[in-house]
Design a protein around this ligand. Structure first.
Ligand code: SAH
Ligand code: SF4
Length: 341
């Protein structure tokens, strides 16, 4: 019989496994503590268990962990981790230090099927969905590697479209909030705009995390060209879902807007954007395009970026220009490809 991976089990799954193994219920609590807080990588590492228990337990179970294949550090302190999965696939996670925050940007899929034209991850297409424990394990494994520093925030902005892997992402949220004890206010899911799934994310029983939308255009014509998802869920349906998303008090939706020279960076775009968002509690993150080898787009000049931001601010829309971090190690937005293409 194949051994059971304890990390792949939900809290309830682990409870059943312990019961079926004929062990007392308090062992579940001990295991959860050792796997999620002490980051044990093997049953043998659980020193709270007697040698005999460890040996017996190891016959039926094991604790999987991501293999660290590569770790790169940028001049600005950003770090990129290349993690190997059990089936030989690999994914990237990026650690971004910023003042008192330490944000881990995690992946939800190996590759991505959404084919946004400006994004390098989109060019590698989808290889497979990640399981909930592979998503959560990026936090455990990176946390282990950076000890004694502590990860404070999580963004689902690495490889993949989180809402295209909905069930596993939601289960990973349960583990991240419930077992890794990271507050849902410090977690953000970013989506290219799968409108019905945005509504499901706001549904009952789903941890109410922050929502970010990769908007990137102000007309359906341009968005259709940049992001094929728009053909299925055009701006009206996307913004409709955003309006219906149940925000916690004081929370706002983040709209990400990658600025591409001559494509979506005109002053008319800025005005349309302000108009589109005026009735939504939101903020805008302007992301100047990060170039990569062979990219067909360019980053607009700084003056254009500043003018775009000023128009939004004049129209009372909170707007920031996101400084790209980790460009020298290809860790910036849209540059993750885990060595695939
Ligand atoms: N798939 C999700 C999560 C990935 S987040 C999503 O698209 O929202 C990746 C973010 O980086 C998105 O906001 C995307 O618009 C942005 N992005 C992609 N390629 C980029 C590039 N080359 N330069 C700057 N931002 C980019
Ligand atoms: Fe996928 Fe997001 Fe890249 Fe689009 S921007 S291809 S949805 S990862």
């Amino acid at each position: 019989m194949p051994k059971t991976d304890l990390k792949a089990l939900s809290k309830q799954g682990l409870e059943s496994f312990i019961r079926e193994s004929g062990l007392p219920a308090f062992r579940t609590k001990q295991l959860l503590h050792w796997i999620y807080e002490k980051r044990a990588q093997s049953i043998d590492g659980i020193t709270e268990f007697s040698k005999e228990l460890r040996e017996n337990f190891s016959k039926a179970a094991y604790i999987s962990s991501l293999a660290i294949l590569k770790r790169l550090t940028s001049e600005d302190g950003t770090e990129k981790f290349l993690f190997g999965l059990e089936d030989g696939e690999s994914i990237e996670s990026v650690l971004i230090p910023d003042k008192d925050r330490l944000t881990l940007c995690i992946s939800s899929q190996v590759g991505c099927a959404m084919k946004c034209r400006f994004c390098l991850t989109g060019k590698m297409t989808l290889r497979r969905n990640l399981k909930a424990h592979e998503i959560a394990d990026q936090i455990i494994s990176a946390g282990r590697l950076i000890e004694p520093r502590k990860i404070t925030n999580i963004v689902f902005m690495g490889m993949g479209e989180p809402l295209a892997n909905f069930d596993e992402v939601v289960e990973s949220l349960r583990r991240i909030t419930g077992l890794l004890k990271i507050s849902k206010r410090r977690i953000t899911i970013s989506t290219s705009g799968i409108a019905p799934k945005i509504l499901e994310l706001g549904g009952i029983g789903v941890p109410r995390v922050n929502l970010a939308i990769s908007l990137n255009a102000t007309t359906d014509e341009v968005r259709d060209r940049l992001m094929p998802v728009n053909k299925k869920y055009p701006l009206s349906s996307l913004l409709g879902a955003c309006r219906r998303f149940p925000l916690e008090p004081g929370r706002r939706i983040t709209f990400e807007y990658v600025l591409l020279e001559g494509v979506n960076d005109t002053m008319d775009d800025a005005k349309r954007l302000a108009k589109m968002l005026r009735d939504l509690p939101c903020k805008v993150n302007l992301i100047p395009f990060n170039q990569y080898e062979g990219s067909e787009f360019r980053r607009p000049p700084d003056e254009t970026i500043a003018r775009f931001q000023n128009i939004l601010v004049d129209k009372h829309i909170t707007a920031f220009v996101r400084k790209s971090k980790g460009q020298d190690i290809l860790a910036a937005c849209g540059q993750l490809k885990a060595g695939y293409c």
